[in-house]
Design a protein around this ligand. Structure first.
Ligand code: HEC
Length: 122
């Protein structure tokens, strides 16, 4: 029965292909660049986010009164459920009062790694 065999091979291949394509949609499985670098993330955060977000509480306390008043990254890292996947998603969306950023996937991944790394340090 060569015909049936060939048909099932094609079926199996298209399932496999569909599986691969579906995986591309999941940031950590396919689309998210690896490995993320907390060091690079800190540099990006310094450039774009530092006006409102200090690294940790002591840096936050030392800031001038006119600085924007976002929570420190260390504080965010300690919040429930703020893992890299959450932060990766968060940074793709708009969040008032934060300005709208168009970060590269690489930068989002790096910033997520940076924020999560602060949880371990504190
Ligand atoms: C104009 C000020 C401002 C800037 C600039 C800013 N943020 Fe924010 N951000 C805020 C404020 C205020 C909040 C707190 C909002 C709230 O309580 O939900 C916040 C919240 C957050 C949170 C917490 C989300 C949560 O649900 O725990 C993350 C993560 C974050 N910002 C990341 C960033 C990153 C990364 C950048 C730079 C790319 C940035 N922010 C730039 C003001 C800012």
């Amino acid at each position: 029965m060569p015909g049936i065999c060939r048909t099932s091979t094609i079926l199996v291949s298209s399932f496999l292909l569909a599986g691969c394509l579906a995986q591309e949609e999941v940031p950590f499985a396919g689309g998210m660049p690896e490995p993320a670098s907390a060091e690079r993330g800190e540099a990006v955060a310094q450039e774009w986010c530092a006006t409102c977000h200090a690294r940790d509480e002591s840096e936050r306390a030392a800031r001038p009164a006119e600085a924007g008043d976002g929570p420190s990254f260390a504080e965010i890292a300690r919040r429930e459920g703020r893992d890299e996947l959450f932060l990766w998603d968060f940074l793709e969306e708009d969040h008032f009062p934060m300005p709208t950023y168009r970060l590269f996937p690489r930068e989002r991944a790096d910033i997520a790694a940076y924020i999560v790394s602060l949880r371990i340090e504190e």
